[in-house]
Design a binder for this molecule. Structure first.
Ligand SMILES: [Zn+2]
Length: 162
């Protein structure tokens, strides 16, 4: 599809597709993340939902790790793209993570599920870039998505009976 045709579709849209934050021009590093997540989406294993998702995480050292959703006939075993990307980064020795991009199917604003938000918190991710293959991505802070996370500190407080 041509850029002009895409632009025409955006102009004719009756309401914004991304209610979380206004679309913005991404820094180059985040644009790389979105591209990596888009490539990962094409590798999604989603025979049950037909809902492919890609994600890519940026580590503090600048390295990028991608993931896609991986479904299972036993639905509860399905893994989200975000967790696959984060766990791949950790398996490669990266525990300080900075940002993650999430890409859903065409035109869909896809926010991470609660489980993925908690896993993002564990590894210090602060920035979530939400994108579809079309249109400008939205950049959201993790504290906006998960304002009161479960942390090691809250676990200790709970054990202390406080
Ligand atoms: Zn998830």
């Amino acid at each position: 599809m041509s850029a002009a045709r895409r632009a025409g579709r955006r102009r004719s849209s009756p309401r914004p597709r991304r209610p979380l934050a206004p679309p913005q021009r991404l820094p180059a590093q985040y644009a790389r993340l979105v591209r990596a997540a888009t490539r990962a989406l094409r590798r999604a294993y989603a025979p049950y939902s037909q809902f492919p998702v890609g994600a890519a995480v940026l580590a503090a050292d600048g390295s990028i790790y991608a993931g896609c959703n991986v479904e299972n006939a036993s639905y509860g075993l399905t893994l989200c793209a975000e967790r696959v990307a984060i766990h791949t980064a950790v398996a490669n020795g990266r525990r300080r993570l900075v940002a993650i991009a999430v890409v859903g199917p065409a035109g869909i604003t896809l926010t991470p599920c609660g489980a993925c938000r908690q896993v993002m918190e564990e590894f210090g991710l602060q920035t979530v870039i939400i994108a579809g293959p079309r249109g400008a991505p939205a950049v959201v802070s993790l504290p906006a998505l998960l304002p009161i996370p479960f942390t090691r500190r809250s676990a200790r407080t709970r054990h202390a009976g406080l």
